[in-house]
Design a binder for this molecule. Structure first.
Ligand code: RAM
Length: 340
C-alpha cells in the first residue's frame, strides 16, 4: 500500500462516511479529501475529447471531492504526452486516465507513475497492459470495425473501391479497427468492396483534408472514404464537397453528430457511427476515482461501479467495453447534434 493509498483508506475510516460520494459529515467542501484525476487526451482542440471532458466533469460533480485536470499536447504525439505525464507525476496527481498516442512509447513513463502510487488507466486509445491498470474501450473494437464496413456496404450497395483515412499511424484504437475492417472485407459478404488505400491525417484537420484530396486524385474510381476518426471524417466530407464529388464519393466512419449534421444534409455523408463521448469521459473519471478511493481494485475479472453508467466489467485481459456504437443518418443526426 502506497502512502497515498494509506492516506485515502485512513480518511475514509476517519470520516466514517462515503466521502467519495461527496457527503462529508461536517457538510463542508469535499476538496479536503480531493482526488485529482488527470484526463490526458490525444490532443487539445478535438471536439470528441472536449465532449469526453464534459462527461468527466459531470462525474466529478456527482462524486464530489474530485478535480479533473484536462490536458493533452497540441498535436497528437507520444512525445507530447510523455512530457505531460512527467509533469503530472511531479504534481503528484492521484490518477492519470490517458488516450494514448502510442500504445508502447508511453509505457515507461506510465510505469513510473504507477511506481509513485498514481493509478493509471487508459481509455479510448489503449496503452499496452504493462503501462496501465485497465483500458476502457468505448465499445467492442470488433463491433466498431464491423459497423464501418457494414455502413459503407449499405451506402454503396455492396460494390466499389474504398479507402481509409485514419488518425495517426500509431493510434492503437484506429489500428485495431482497421485490422477488423480488413478482416471483414476479406469475407465473402463484402467481396464487391475493395480497399485501395490507407492514409493518415494525424487527427489534424489540415493534414486530413490534404490526405483526403490525395486519395480522391489518386483513385479516380473511389466510391467511399471511411474515416474512423472524428477529425478525419469531417475533413474528408469537406474535401468531397469542395471537389464537387457529393453523390459520387461517399464519406463514412466515426463522427460527432454536431460536426456531421451539415454533411449528412448535403449528402456527402449517408450514414456514420459513434458512441457517446460524454458517457465515455464520465465512465473514465468515475472509474479512476473509484480505484483511487480503494472502492475497486481495477484487476482483470473484477467490476467497477460507474454511477449512472452502471458497472464496468474488466475482462480477463484488462479491457472493459461500454455500449454499441450508434448509427446516425438524416433521421436522427439533428437530435443528437445538440448533445455531442
Ligand atoms: C478521434 C480520435 C479518437 C477516436 C475518435 C473516434 O476524435 O482519434 O481517439 O476515438 O476520433
Amino acid at each position: 500500500m502506497t502512502g497515498r493509498w494509506r492516506r485515502r483508506a485512513f480518511l475514509s475510516v476517519v470520516l466514517g462516511a462515503p466521502w467519495l460520494a461527496g457527503v462529508l459529515p461536517w457538510g463542508g467542501s469535499a476538496e479536503a479529501a480531493g482526488i485529482r484525476v488527470a484526463l490526458v487526451v490525444k490532443n487539445l482542440g478535438n471536439g470528441f475529447f472536449e465532449a469526453a471532458r464534459n462527461g468527466g466533469l459531470e462525474a466529478a460533480r456527482e462524486l464530489g471531492g474530485v478535480e479533473v485536470i484536462y490536458t493533452g499536447p497540441t498535436t497528437p504525439t507520444a512525445e507530447g504526452q510523455i512530457e505531460i505525464v512527467g509533469t503530472l507525476i511531479a504534481q503528484k496527481v492521484d490518477a492519470i486516465v490517458i488516450s494514448a498516442n502510442d500504445p508502447d512509447a508511453l509505457v515507461p513513463i506510465c510505469k513510473r507513475a504507477m511506481n509513485r502510487g498514481i493509478s493509471v488507466l487508459s481509455f479510448d486509445s489503449g496503452l499496452a497492459p504493462a503501462g496501465r491498470a485497465f483500458q476502457i474501450n468505448a465499445s467492442s473494437p470488433e463491433l466498431i470495425g464491423q459497423k464501418q464496413i457494414e455502413m459503407v456496404s449499405q451506402t454503396l450497395g455492396g460494390k466499389g473501391e474504398v479507402a481509409i483515412l485514419s488518425a495517426t499511424a500509431q493510434a492503437a484504437n484506429q489500428n485495431t479497427w482497421i485490422g477488423v475492417m480488413k478482416a471483414a472485407l476479406a469475407t465473402p459478404s463484402y467481396a464487391g468492396l475493395s480497399l485501395v488505400d490507407v492514409a493518415y491525417g494525424d487527427d489534424q484537420s489540415d493534414k486530413s483534408y490534404r490526405e483526403a484530396i490525395g486519395l480522391l486524385r489518386k483513385h479516380p474510381n473511389l466510391k467511399a472514404i471511411i474515416a474512423p476518426t472524428t477529425v478525419g471524417i469531417t475533413a474528408a466530407a469537406k474535401a468531397v464537397t469542395d471537389q464537387n464529388l457529393v453523390g459520387k464519393v461517399f464519406v463514412t466512419g466515426l463522427g460527432l453528430p454536431s460536426e456531421m449534421a451539415g454533411h449528412v444534409h448535403t449528402g456527402a455523408v449517408d450514414r456514420f457511427a459513434i458512441w457517446n463521448p460524454i458517457d465515455l469521459g464520465y465512465t473514465a473519471v468515475y472509474a479512476a476515482s473509484q480505484v483511487v478511493a480503494g472502492k475497486a481494485s481495477g484487476k482483470p475479472g473484477t467490476a467497477v461501479g460507474v454511477g449512472r453508467m452502471g458497472t464496468l466489467q474488466i475482462g480477463p485481459s484488462g479491457d472493459a467495453a461500454m455500449a454499441q456504437p450508434t448509427v446516425f443518418d438524416k433521421s436522427n443526426v439533428d437530435q443528437f447534434a445538440k448533445l455531442f
